[in-house]
Design a protein around this ligand. Sequence first.
Ligand SMILES: Nc1ncnc2c1ncn2[C@@H]1O[C@H](COP(=O)(O)OP(=O)(O)OP(=O)(O)O)[C@@H](O)[C@H]1O
Ligand SMILES: [Mg+2]
Length: 230
Amino acid sequence: MPEAHKSLDTSTEMGNGIFITFEGSEGAGKSTQVRLLTEHLRKTGLPVLTLREPGGTELGEEIRTLVRRVDFAEAPCAEAELLLFLASRAQLVREEILPALHNGMVVICDRYCDSSIAYQGAARSLSLEQIGSINAFAIGKCVPDITFLLDLDPLEGLRRIRLRHGSEADDRMERESVAFFEKVRNGYRKLAQVEPARFVILDAHKPVEMVHEKIYDLLCQRFGTTFKNH
Ligand SMILES: Nc1ncnc2c1ncn2[C@@H]1O[C@H](COP(=O)(O)OP(=O)(O)OP(=O)(O)O)[C@@H](O)[C@H]1O
Ligand SMILES: [Mg+2]
């Protein structure tokens, strides 16, 4: 077994990089916006690392396969599901995110700590306090500098997913009900209210390009010295 990433202390500062996360319910456009932002920043010459959750490491990608599986005889309980996501996150922080931030990179992550609160907390009703503690254990001080919440009507999100998949089967999460995704949406909105300095809520019903421009403009405003010259 390779040596664990012990040397990186998550209680220390995050380095000079910028950590950007995207959140939102199924089909809100996270992966689309992550791709557009990555391409835009790469063209301007900024060093960018793009990651996704669960996944982004060898361990995380195995966990991704597990949590998306639909053929378990007994579906994973909410607690087990939460811990699987958190295991993937803990590895991602130490193996990828912190080293990149210490190297001054812009790190873009498709889902991160807030997904656990919205999905396993707001929607699956696990204790928000307990999720907060386990999240803190997994990420330490590796909190995003800015989080874009793509806010979308769940019915529209599910419609987009069906269009995207064509005949491809839904994963386990996508088989949840509209009521479940309403809870996810409301959970995210509450989170954004609690941390207005970190969250930016975006209307994800707007066209892809318009959402992207808003994201880029906001980043220029927020991180002017890094972004404006590019
Ligand atoms: N603003 C938009 N307007 C219309 N369609 C969109 C918009 N953004 C994304 N889409 C389309 O909706 C589908 C879902 O988008 P995407 O995969 O980016 O969402 P996601 O939030 O990453 O979903 P998931 O939670 O399943 O990963 C894609 O087919 C994409 O092209
Ligand atoms: Mg996606």
